[in-house]
Write a protein that binds this ligand. Structure first.
Ligand code: HEC
Ligand code: HEC
Ligand code: HEC
Length: 176
């Protein structure tokens, strides 16, 4: 009987010592915020092909967001909101006309094909990176913050070595 009581108290002391050690390592009143989920880094990536993974047809929302579809209107007249964000992304001295010079289809490689004209030194078109940032990341009520959660990693992907790149692809490869 006595040995049983001894061994129980021994166990109790050992547990108190162990708990004590842990509580000095992690303060008990610690209020660490929960981790933010960043797609592709610590949570699944829903848009592995960037542009063409997200700009698809969403029949359930009655929204066809394919760039081959959205861009049809640009050949006649660019909507004022988009034109203002595009103008903001232009190099100094460039004034947009409000009409897109080329057409896209489901086999256009996006954004690779866009970057050939939308280069950093372009004298008639906004640079692709700045254009993408003003379109998706500026403006009150920008739906990118609800739809894409505002995440950089929907477009920018990091590999195991820490390198960043933007995948390019065709709508025809994604389907829908
Ligand atoms: C995670 C989803 C997502 C990804 C990835 C994405 N977009 Fe978008 N894109 C959106 C949303 C949402 C909008 C609408 C933003 C707003 O409310 O103005 C938009 C708007 C646009 C527009 C303006 C369309 C219009 O008619 O006004 C263009 C052009 C565009 N995106 C091109 C691209 C390109 C090119 C890429 C890849 C480099 C890309 N997007 C990646 C979600 C995405
Ligand atoms: C052949 C060259 C060329 C290609 C390819 C091209 N663009 Fe453009 N883009 C231009 C020029 C030039 C303008 C400026 C048009 C203007 O003055 O309004 C422009 C303007 C725009 C604008 C601002 C709205 C407008 O038309 O002014 C958006 C958005 C745009 N491009 C998106 C894209 C995307 C997305 C792609 C690829 C799928 C693409 N472009 C491919 C030359 C090109
Ligand atoms: C909708 C797609 C998209 C989103 C979202 C996006 N970017 Fe980009 N970003 C691009 C594209 C396209 C380029 C140009 C890549 C190229 O030219 O090869 C670019 C280029 C860049 C560059 C290089 C600029 C330079 O001058 O070379 C930086 C830095 C950058 N992005 C940071 C960010 C950060 C930070 C976020 C999030 C707050 C973000 N991007 C969100 C599409 C995006």
């Amino acid at each position: 009987m006595k040995t049983k009581i001894y061994s129980i108290s021994f166990l109790l002391i050992v547990s108190i010592v162990i708990i004590g050690a842990f509580s000095t390592a992690i303060p008990q009143d610690s209020k660490m915020p929960p981790a933010r989920e960043v797609p592709g880094l610590n949570s699944p990536d829903k848009y592995p092909k960037a542009c063409v993974s997200c700009h698809i047809n969403y029949p359930e929302m009655k929204t066809d967001a394919r760039l081959s579809v959205l861009s049809v209107a640009w050949n006649t007249q660019v909507e004022p909101g988009l034109l203002a964000k595009s103008q903001a992304a232009c190099n100094e001295g460039v004034t947009l006309k409000g009409k897109h010079p080329s057409k896209f289809n489901e086999n256009t490689n996006i954004p690779q094909a866009c970057i050939t004209c939308h280069s950093k030194t372009s004298k008639n078109a906004p640079e692709m990176g700045k254009l993408m940032h003003t379109i998706h990341l500026t403006g009150k009520d920008n739906t990118y913050f609800s739809w894409g959660n505002g995440d950089c990693t929907n477009c920018h992907k990091m590999d195991k070595s820490g390198d960043w790149s933007i995948p390019s692809g065709k709508e025809s490869e994604v389907g829908k």
